[in-house]
Design a protein around this ligand. Sequence first.
Ligand SMILES: [Zn+2]
Length: 343
Amino acid sequence: MKTVFSPAHARHHPHHEISDGTLKPAVEIPSRAEMVLAAIEAAGLGEILPPEPIDRALLERIHDPAYVAFLETVWDAHRAAGRAEDEAFPFVWPTPGLRPDRAPRHLDGRMGFYSFDAGTPLTAGTFEAALASASVAVTGAGLIAAGERSAFALCRPPGHHAMADRYGGYCFFNNAALAAERLVADGRRVAILDVDYHHGNGTQAIFYDRGDVHVVSIHADPDDEYPYFLGHADEIGEGHGEGANLNLPLALGADWPVWSQALEIALGSIERHRPDAVVVSLGLDPYEADPISHFRLTSDDFSRLGARLGRIECPVLFVLEGGYAVEALGANCAAVLTAFEGG
Ligand SMILES: [Zn+2]
């Protein structure tokens, strides 16, 4: 299996985040990607390729051009405002009852307008890293379009929380959605299987009214876990997308027997959609020792997951999402991918 990777991910290097109601050390850090890269090299997974530059028109089919321009220029605005800090957080949002239709001129208003949480710091190199991550995903999709049976997009920062016009959940561009869009442009029916511990609210929202991309997610019940305001079982899509969105929320503490039952339901739904390509949003944070999550998958369970995904009949693109148990992250990721190949 070929891997696509860009060292530009390290340009996004936050030191803090707001979580558990306070300022804490950041967990979405460059060592995550380095650990995954080292593990797949050690496992001999296959060739590692650099990404091709992303087609801006493709990027702007998934993301609002004004949002892309905001991310591209926000750090210059941060410096122009005389702010010397090396990370920036939004703190005010146009919630219902306020004006969500106008992007303010002021930097703080703009950060709130284009975000949905305070847990996702902007840094000097965030745009470059996010653009590289998106390029990695789309290049991976290009490998599938060119006839590969599988590919691994080693993306960082992750993407599945990013909405069409808002960042959050450590995500800026929706890498999996961009990869799916690239495959749709190739004439394929696409399914996205999101196995990250957290609901992929951005992916769901982007495709919610579309029938050509089937979105299935297994995640912690949003009544108890981030992103809280999306991810319930009664969200089934709308318009052309009605019936093309499936959420499988699970109670905190879910282990492999529980989680794998949801996986079978997810794969059955995907099979009925008869896709020509599957994009797996590969979050490794269902892991039992993940510092911010509460599922109980073991490293052996990630091998079981990979082997099961290896029985999917159409091509599969893996897109790296979350996973914060940095010491085990690489091994768990390699376990999925090598078991997929073995299966
Ligand atoms: Zn996650």
